[in-house]
Design a protein around this ligand. Structure first.
Ligand code: 5GP
Ligand code: ZN
Length: 136
């Protein structure tokens, strides 16, 4: 995709701070990091989101996420890490090339990646499972 920012980064037509790369995926530092070491992992082949990316390509990105998390654990010694993908505007996706955020976390860092939730009844959970089972 000639107009896609992350395709341009993959092709080297835009600069990036590369953390790791292989034949299928690339990891580079987020230009607006939520925390020191915040890294994005993307497939080399353009796909918009988790619904569009192939299972193969998704697997290759997941492998690199695993390697990046290990690298960052040693490099910046975080207390934890968030691994996150946003798909669609409603979920906060801004760049429409599949990417996984790897965000190192520290106690008291003040980042808010949480949501409000409440317990569901067994019946509510079963109703969701019925809908999934109908299309599985
Ligand atoms: P999203 O909201 O789509 O899940 O996240 C997009 C991320 O891409 C943001 O965290 C943003 O800072 C990052 N980003 C956007 N443009 C660029 C860029 O040109 N270079 C880099 N390294 N990161 C970018
Ligand atoms: Zn792209």
């Amino acid at each position: 995709m000639s107009d896609c920012t992350f395709c341009k980064i993959v092709a080297g037509r835009l600069p990036s701070h590369r953390v790791l790369e292989d034949e299928h995926a690339l990891a580079f530092l987020d230009i607006r990091p939520a925390s020191p070491g915040h890294t994005l992992v993307v497939p080399r082949v353009h796909a918009r989101d988790v619904w569009e990316i192939s299972e193969f390509s998704h697997g290759k990105v997941a492998d690199m996420v695993h390697r990046v998390a290990a690298l960052l654990k040693t490099a910046v010694a975080p207390d934890g890490v968030n691994v996150k993908h946003n798909a669609g505007e409603a979920a906060g996706q801004d760049v429409l090339h599949y990417h996984v955020h790897v965000v190192p976390r520290w106690h008291g860092d003040g980042l808010r990646l949480t949501w409000n939730s409440s317990p569901a009844s067994a019946r509510e959970l079963e109703k969701v499972l019925e809908r999934v089972a109908a299309v599985r």
